[in-house]
Design a binder for this molecule. Structure first.
Ligand code: NAP
Length: 275
């Protein structure tokens, strides 16, 4: 499966949030398929260890970027390390919330940090790398969202809202870019056994139905190119179908046709599967 990803999308993939958990699992899966990797996160040592083992196990090339995705100059940092590469696949993974509290009980800066991580970051990287993919006529963009994005709710309200932005952005990118050879999608994730979640909440280990990061990454990559959104895990798909009872593809097409009508734009009609 990953072999065909390197043929379809090109020689390099960038994983944003690659040092552990689901991002690390994506890196391993992509390296096994022969893709060269740009690995981005804040912990240099973990990135370098992962890069070295992927190089020796799979004979790929790697670059590590130590950066905070919430930095105002994140795009400049990414460009400095990647402008000379053909990045055919972007996986924007980082984005979990750590801890739970009412919106007004946390500093505004904390909420704005989530907006930077889950809205500004994916938009900036998708805009820059997606533009280059569109010019080449091929590429893939995967934005990770969460079942929590499907409703507002107490304790993680800003997180839910920012993950909703990623879902809606990915769906729109899918519809706009599919006719131009670029596959965008949202990977909707439910409770998954990642260091990030276990460290912020030890009781999380006992949460029922936890998925393994490798399973989430494999399902996401398996669906890339087939439609706008995949929900990892059969039990999570059941939940998502209850919260999103209408199939996404006809809904995205109908809304796009309405916007095309209002603004006098051409109607696009890409084919895609629902989750
Ligand atoms: N795990 C779950 O139960 C669950 C459930 C629903 C959705 N999701 C979604 O799945 C994705 C991955 O979640 P996760 O649980 O693995 O935890 P995460 O904290 O979102 O991701 C961990 C990875 O992202 C990096 N990272 C985090 N913040 C960063 C920042 N500001 N700048 C650069 N890198 C950053 C971390 O490395 P460094 O610390 O080295 O920077 C690590 O490599 C997220 O989008 C999350 O919303 C997860």
């Amino acid at each position: 499966m990953s072999d065909s990803l390197s043929v379809r999308y090109g020689p390099w993939a960038l994983v944003a949030g690659a040092s552990d958990g689901i991002g690390e699992a994506f890196a391993r899966e992509l390296a096994a398929g022969g893709l060269n990797l740009v690995l981005l996160a804040r912990r240099t040592e973990l990135l370098q260890q992962l890069a070295a083992s992927m190089e020796s196990e799979h004979g790929i090339s790697t670059r590590c970027i130590t950066a905070d995705l919430t930095s105002p100059d994140i795009l400049a940092q990414v460009r400095e390390h990647t402008d000379d590469l053909e990045i055919g696949l972007l996986v924007y993974n980082a984005g979990a919330t750590h801890g739970a509290a009412h919106v007004l009980d946390k500093p505004l800066e904390s909420a704005l940090g989530l907006v930077a991580l889950n809205c500004v970051g994916p938009l900036s990287l998708s805009h820059h790398l997606g533009g280059r993919m569109r010019a080449r006529g091929r590429g893939g963009i995967m934005l990770l969202s969460s079942l929590a994005s499907l409703s507002g709710g107490s304790y993680t309200a800003v997180y839910n809202a920012t993950k909703s932005f990623e879902m809606i952005l990915a769906e729109g990118l899918w519809h706009e870019l599919k006719p131009q050879g670029v596959d965008a999608m949202c990977l909707m994730v439910g409770a998954t056994r990642t260091p990030s979640m276990l460290n912020s909440m030890p009781s999380f280990a006992a949460y029922p139905g936890l998925m393994a990061p490798a399973q989430v990454a494999a399902e996401g990559l398996g669906f890339l190119g087939r439609g706008p959104m995949w929900v990892a895990g059969a039990h999570n798909r059941e939940i998502a179908r209850r919260l999103l009872p209408n199939p996404r593809v006809p809904q995205i097409k109908a809304l796009s046709a309405a916007s095309a009508g209002i603004f006098g734009k051409p109607v696009l009609d890409p084919e895609g599967e629902d989750f």
